[in-house]
Ligand binder design. Sequence first.
Ligand SMILES: [Zn+2]
Length: 248
Amino acid sequence: MTIETILPIPNIFEAKRILCIQPHYDDNDIAAAGILTQLAQQGAEIIYLTVTNDLMGVVDHSLSDQEAADALKRDQFAAAKIVGVKEQYWLGYPDAGEYDYFAVRRDLLKYLRMLKPDFVFTCDPWLTYEAHHDHIQTGLATAEAVMFAGLTKIASSDPEVDSAYEPHEIQGIAFYFTREPNYIADISATWEDKIGALRCYEAQFTSQEMEQLVSAFDTKSQQVAQGQSFARGEPLKVLHTSALHVGI
Ligand SMILES: [Zn+2]
């Protein structure tokens, strides 16, 4: 008997409502727009939640914070249209700034209890050589909040959401930006959509950087599909929510 017999890797294609929690406004799409577009096309509701305000990476320094925030949202909505994202939420924590881990976790508990997704996507906080604190905080707070979503003694940032909460099962969590994938999603059919979505992110990349990004993903998407029966892939670590503690 293997551990997968007891805790089988959940099937992302069974998910009806997927909450994708990202540190910055483009991470979900850079890492997983291919599979998320496919899931949306098959009828899943895709919801994005962005933890930080993402203001540090905006290329045009002449923009005020408000103008930069507007440009970021404009990009995000253009990409969301391609991917098929239904709703978006923002927490607005300072990009690359100082903020409290537990405050983020409380907010994520609120959205998990309120939106009741059956699957959650986020960045892998245990990625080897990940130096960006926003990624570590977001991935870890998401994983912990997924694990604690049903335990309402652990308060969210909204007591009304906690008191109205009814038990709800989150089937699984998919970590992107991972070096330990256990699932390679076939994104051959949605590759063009993914590149189209990435190209919407104009505020944060110069055109030269954008070409580098597209070229890197062109190579990488084919590399990760080697040995598979398809041409392009996105690597994910997909776990049953009960596999998020003590290594079971
Ligand atoms: Zn990021």
